[in-house]
Design a protein. Structure first.
Length: 283
């Protein structure tokens, strides 16, 4: 039994749910990175995907719907030594949390954000999520979704993210590689993970994704922002998976004077001399 496993636990997920594969990929990735569970924080919001923190033996935090993103940022600001990993669904991350998502891209806080993208609101029984295809029929959108789908990768690249990737829950080795690179990346790193919802999305199934995804190879220049945007717009008969865009840039902590100087850590350590210095500066 790995160090990230609870002795016993039962998930709330359906047999065949992509979340099961994503959870085991996360555990394998953390094992491979050999991180101490005490140094890792897994954060979620609300939703089926957002239950990830409950099933892994690390520090955990479950926020409100759409607010896991701000909680993860706050935790990293308070303790930059933590490896902060955020799991949201596409509704949680791009819908209710859409504003936080957009601004996290440009803050460049050093967290890894894994979005389980099943194109529906799974927990609440399959309504169209931001990434639902136009025309997708659900129990609520009975005539088909009338909205243009949100393109998370295009948004992330345009919004300033330094690491933008996509993977598929049905390709565990690929997913683990993406998770590993995202966690090790210095700065905000997002991986949009295509994931079948066996109960509420009968169109974008495992085989639907499996037929369409193709792995980007060395011929893709991940340092070229415009080319990355072009790849991000490819979603249909062929769907690229891999790192679409990667560029290291100064992080929030590096740019923020107080955080650079370790102010919050000093306060947590009760380093009175430093706390006094900061107080003097403020008054
Ligand atoms: C502000 C707010 N709006 C709506 C809800 C109801 N709600 C809870 S989970 C959820 C959808 C979750 O979908 P998603 O984030 O895509 O994750 P999934 O369950 O598919 O993994 C909704 C709409 C809520 N809890 N809070």
């Amino acid at each position: 039994m790995g160090q990230y496993e609870f002795n016993t636990y039962e998930t709330a997920w359906c047999p065949g749910c992509g979340n099961l594969g994503i959870l085991s990929s996360l555990k394998n990735t953390l094992e491979e990175l050999d991180l101490n569970p005490q140094d890792v924080l897994v954060v979620g919001g609300i939703g089926q995907a957002a239950k990830m923190p409950q099933y892994i033996r690390t520090n955990s935090f479950c926020g409100l719907h759409g607010r896991g993103e701000s909680a993860a940022v706050a935790a990293k600001i308070a303790n930059q030594k933590l490896t902060v990993i955020l799991h949201t669904g596409d509704g949680d991350g791009y819908g209710e949390g859409g504003n936080h998502f957009i601004h996290n891209l440009r803050r460049n806080i050093d967290i890894a954000h894994f979005i389980h993208n099943n194109q529906v609101y799974g927990l609440t029984k399959g309504q169209a999520s931001p990434t639902a295809d136009e025309g997708a029929v659900t129990g609520v959108q009975v005539d088909g979704s009338i909205n243009i789908p949100f393109n998370p990768l295009l948004m992330a690249i345009a919004g300033g993210a330094g690491f933008v990737a996509r993977s598929f829950s049905g390709r565990p080795q690929h997913l683990e590689e993406m998770m590993k690179r995202a966690i090790l990346f210095k700065g905000y790193a997002m991986v949009d993970i295509l994931q079948p919802c066996v109960s509420f999305n009968k169109v974008n199934t495992f085989s639907w994704y499996n037929k369409r995804v193709y792995e980007l190879d060395d011929s893709h220049d991940a340092g070229n922002r415009l080319l990355a945007m072009e790849r991000a717009m490819e979603f249909g008969e062929r769907i690229p998976i891999g790192v679409l865009y990667e560029k290291e840039q100064p992080t929030y902590h590096e740019k923020h004077r107080s955080l650079r100087e370790g102010q919050i850590l000093a306060m947590r350590r009760n380093d009175l001399a430093l706390v006094d210095k900061y107080m003097q500066e403020m008054i």
